[in-house]
Design a protein around this ligand. Structure first.
Ligand SMILES: Nc1nc2c(ncn2[C@@H]2O[C@H](COP(=O)(O)OP(=O)(O)OP(=O)(O)O)[C@@H](O)[C@H]2O)c(=O)[nH]1
Ligand SMILES: [Mg+2]
Length: 406
């Protein structure tokens, strides 16, 4: 149970459009004093007069969910070819009054590689084309001039891109700045100078450049986030993400409003950031590809801990948790065992309050009851999120792994 003294304050700084959460303590605080978020920020006077005036940061209008769906691509088939090596040159040194100047044909330049590079700002594979041809090296020239090597061609991919060749995983680009050489450029040819030998003082042989490597790769994006919100359609996952972060997924009263994952960053005081992913709704039989199916269960795989979001206004809400765990377990063994918290949303509705004790009794574990709509008890979720994150960091650092940073 969260110590009642913990409070959260929300402040949107205009310049960054960031929601900053400060967990602070007040010795005299009682649970009954928990206030809706709007009231809370007024009570604590978090020192941001602007945030009351301007709720939305100015700028581009966000894309609609439908348009975003068009732009969101999480699989791509790419044919990559390294650059062709430049040809070697065959020629002889020529100078007035100098006979037998000798061979001086330069080597061709190497072809450029095609390299996949992680760009933290990309969220989807939509900008990746179906074919890439690396830059060719220049041909060698006379006077022993070697051709210039082809420059590398970079393909920008988002964090969490898995590279497959056939069914084999050849690279996992899970950190910003990670690179993988998708196709090597061909080696440049040799000029006739290279073939100069004691028994052959005037070679005419030169070799052509080699073609670059050609590979057919499959790119697969698995959303990377610290926490993944898993729940049935309409449970209020997107509303919750909007409430705690600066992400703006669409919210509507019909199921499957969210069609692709959204990642929101929760900013804590001290520059700590926790990435939370809103995963599209999961229904019974998702592991057999029902609803939005397997395509989205895939995005949960990479989340380090989970938030099971339950619609508390529905009768027998514990069955939602059981079903969600069942679907995750069927998809990948052990997935439902990840560190998690149970979030019971819509506590503002009268029937929801009545369901809460039953849910707690059935699950036998702590339930974070809150309302994404009114902001009630959000601070408890933030506190749990931080606790799960700290535990994850401890485990990763203990195993000398590089923890996921945002
Ligand atoms: N009363 C109440 N309604 C809520 C609350 N949170 C969300 N809702 C409503 O529930 C409906 C669904 O909310 P969403 O956030 O779109 O739900 P979702 O889980 O993202 O749904 P999908 O994207 O379809 O998976 C909307 O009409 C919300 O206004 C809450 O705390 N209280
Ligand atoms: Mg949604």
């Amino acid at each position: 149970m969260i110590p009642a003294r913990l409070l959260a304050a929300k402040c949107r700084t205009m310049s960054e459009g960031v929601v900053l959460w400060t967990l602070c303590t007040r010795a005299d605080f009682k649970p009954s004093q928990l206030l809706p978020l709007q009231a809370l920020s007024r009570t604590l006077s978090v020192g941001c007069a602007d945030c009351t005036k301007h709720r939305e940061p100015p700028g581009k209008r966000p894309l609609s969910e439908k348009k975003m769906k068009k732009h969101f691509v999480d699989r791509r088939r790419v044919l990559v070819r390294g650059g062709h090596g430049g040809s070697g040159m065959s020629c002889f040194h020529s100078e007035p009054r100098k006979e037998f100047g000798g061979p001086d044909g330069g080597d061709g330049g190497d072809g450029g590689h095609v390299i996949l590079r992680v760009d933290q700002h990309l969220k989807s594979l939509s900008s990746v084309l179906s074919q890439y041809q690396g830059f060719s090296g220049e041909d060698g020239a006379s006077k022993n001039c070697s051709g210039r090597g082809g420059t590398a061609l970079y393909i920008r991919v988002p964090v969490g891109t898995l590279v497959k060749e056939g069914s084999e995983i050849v690279a996992d680009l899970s950190h910003p700045g990670d690179e993988y050489i998708a196709a090597f450029g061909g080696a440049g040819g040799k000029g006739n100078r290279f073939f100069l030998a004691n028994d052959n003082r005037a070679p005419v042989t030169c070799t052509p450049g080699q073609p670059g490597q050609e590979r057919l790769l499959y790119l697969e994006l698995k959303t990377m986030a610290h926490a993944g919100m898993v729940g049935f359609p309409n449970a209020g996952k997107s509303s919750l993400l909007r409430a705690i972060s600066n992400a703006k997924p669409a919210v509507a009263s019909y199921p499957f409003t969210t069609l692709n994952p959204h990642v929101g960053i929760v900013h804590y005081a001290g520059h700590q950031q926790i990435a939370v992913a809103d995963i599209p709704g999961i229904i019974r039989g998702a592991h057999q590809n029902r609803g939005l199916g397997l395509g989205f269960l895939r995005h949960i795989e990479r989340c380090r801990f989970l938030l099971f979001v339950v619609d508390l206004s529905q009768p027998e809400p514990w069955t939602q948790v059981e079903d969600l765990k069942h679907e995750l377990e069927k998809y990948e063994e052990g997935l439902s065992e990840r560190p998690h918290a149970i979030v019971a949303n819509k506590i503002d509705l009268p029937q929801a309050r009545a369901h809460l004790p039953q849910l707690q009794a059935h699950l036998g574990q702590e339930v974070i009851a809150l309302s994404a709509l009114t902001g009630e008890n959000l601070e408890q979720l933030l506190w749990h999120l931080k606790k799960l994150h700290d535990a994850y960091m401890e485990v990763e650092l203990g195993q000398s792994h590089q923890p996921l940073r945002w």
